[in-house]
Design a protein around this ligand. Structure first.
Ligand code: AMP
Length: 181
């Protein structure tokens, strides 16, 4: 019998050829719109973090769907939430990390004063694909000398090998996803 977690994850909807031909977009909005489903995945994230058996000082969410999941998770854990945003969105002094895309470059930014050395941090996003975004976020957090304990995703697209991309640079970090496709 399907568990409530299975039912929740089954609400993630495949959208072929979005935002461009050949991409199978994983749309999590039907899951977020389902009160029980949203609650169950956040409960599962909480369990995964407790299993790590490490003190966690802050959740870092990657713009933009990482904000929704990470914000709810931080509230459940009663710890702070830190936003990592696309360039030009944060109003004060930032650290910046550029990373390669298929064509060209993008960057992520983090307010300089929100994390401190030795803070234990968990990074949250909705989908792990090639791993480039998660790796850039990891390295951005490390500029502050905070320590990344784990990466947490709803869904991992396994054939894109994001997990090994993260592991190659950071073999000791936990990479957790609730669903592998
Ligand atoms: P990547 O850097 O390739 O691991 O891509 C991860 C980022 O892009 C995450 O912030 C995801 O939200 C988004 N993303 C990448 N591929 C997909 C996909 N197939 N469906 C939904 N979001 C995706």
């Amino acid at each position: 019998m399907a568990t409530t977690l299975d039912r929740a994850l089954s609400l993630i909807t495949d959208v072929p050829d979005y935002p461009k031909p050949g991409i199978l977009f994983k749309d999590i909005t039907p899951l977020l719109a389902d009160g029980e489903g949203f609650g169950v995945v956040i409960d599962e994230f909480v369990k995964a973090i407790k299993k790590l058996n490490r003190g966690v000082d802050a959740i870092v969410g990657i713009e933009s769907r990482g904000f929704i999941l990470g914000g709810a998770l931080a509230k459940a854990l009663e710890i702070g939430f830190v936003t990592v945003r696309k360039p030009g969105k944060l109003p004060r002094d930032v650290h910046r990390k550029e990373y390669a895309l298929e064509y060209g470059f993008d960057a992520l930014e983090l307010h300089k004063d929100l994390l401190k050395p030795f803070d234990n941090v968990v990074i949250v996003d909705d989908v792990l694909a090639t791993g480039g975004t998660a790796l850039a976020c990891h390295e951005l957090v490390e500029i502050t000398q905070a320590n990344v304990v784990a990466h947490l995703f709803l869904l991992e697209i396994t054939f894109l090998n994001g997990r090994s991309v993260i592991a190659q640079s950071h073999p000791d970090v936990s990479v957790i996803s609730l669903l592998q496709t």
